[in-house]
Design a protein around this ligand. Structure first.
Ligand SMILES: [Ca+2]
Ligand SMILES: [Ca+2]
Length: 233
């Protein structure tokens, strides 16, 4: 892939997420989790709520307290699951503090026939390069409240980013969960990431890597089955 294409992609992503920041019409673009998701994640017959909880809001007039008005084009937020259980609302925080929600969905990631796993991807920073993504499975805890059974995938981590070419650093990445391969049943996961060198121009990395992962039930985790490193011209 020519570098310029990747640069354009990054610039487009950055301008989409930063739209209101510099734009005259200060309206935040729609994002996943603008409305909470409702799903019975732990299978106890009672639905939980998956939501983005805003921690801070910044608008044209400066910082305001959450809930953020539409004019607050920069927010910080965390993803959490709220379960009405044990006589009160129990909250499970699943992410660190980020700025944008790019993916949030409830899917059948572990192929047990129940769409009860949560996949999310969050981003932060002026160019939205910072990323945190997870696929999480739940169980009902002893107190009847939803608990994390297992994090099936966490990104980026040393075991989920690809091998970097010598002299490069991890620049940014993203995940997608889709039926990418007919060889395997269910959904596969794809990571797409880029690596830069200290001498690269700020916008444009030297390499990209695309890796496909399949969920292996026996080991309750995703394992890579195809990866490709591309040197950008
Ligand atoms: Ca439940
Ligand atoms: Ca499932």
């Amino acid at each position: 892939m020519p570098r310029v294409v990747l640069c354009l992609t990054v610039v487009l992503l950055a301008s989409t997420v930063a739209l209101g920041v510099h734009g005259a019409s200060a309206q935040r673009p729609a994002q996943p989790l603008d409305e909470p998701l409702t799903a019975d994640l732990d299978g106890d017959g009672v639905a939980e709520l998956v939501r983005a909880r805003e921690l801070s809001c910044f608008g044209p007039g400066g910082e305001v307290a959450p809930p953020c008005p539409p004019s607050a084009d920069l927010r910080t937020l965390v993803v959490e699951v709220a379960d009405p259980c044990a006589g009160a609302e129990r909250v499970l925080r699943l992410s660190r503090e980020m700025e944008y929600v790019s993916i949030a969905d409830v899917v059948d990631a572990d192929r047990d026939g129940q769409a009860r796993e949560l996949v999310f991807e969050l981003r932060a920073g002026a160019a939205a390069r910072a990323v945190q993504a997870k696929v999480v499975a739940f169980r009902a805890g002893a107190d009847g409240c939803a608990a994390v059974r297992r994090t099936l995938f966490s990104y980026p981590r040393t075991d989920t980013i690809g091998r970097r070419p010598k002299g490069t650093f991890f620049s940014t990445g993203s995940i997608r969960l889709r039926d990418f391969s007919k060889r395997f049943s269910g959904l596969e996961l794809r990571t797409f990431e880029s690596y830069g060198r200290a001498t690269d121009p700020g916008c444009c990395p030297s390499y990209t890597r695309t890796t496909f992962w399949r969920y292996v039930k026996a080991r309750s985790r995703y394992e890579p089955f195809r990866t490709r490193l591309t040197r950008l011209r």
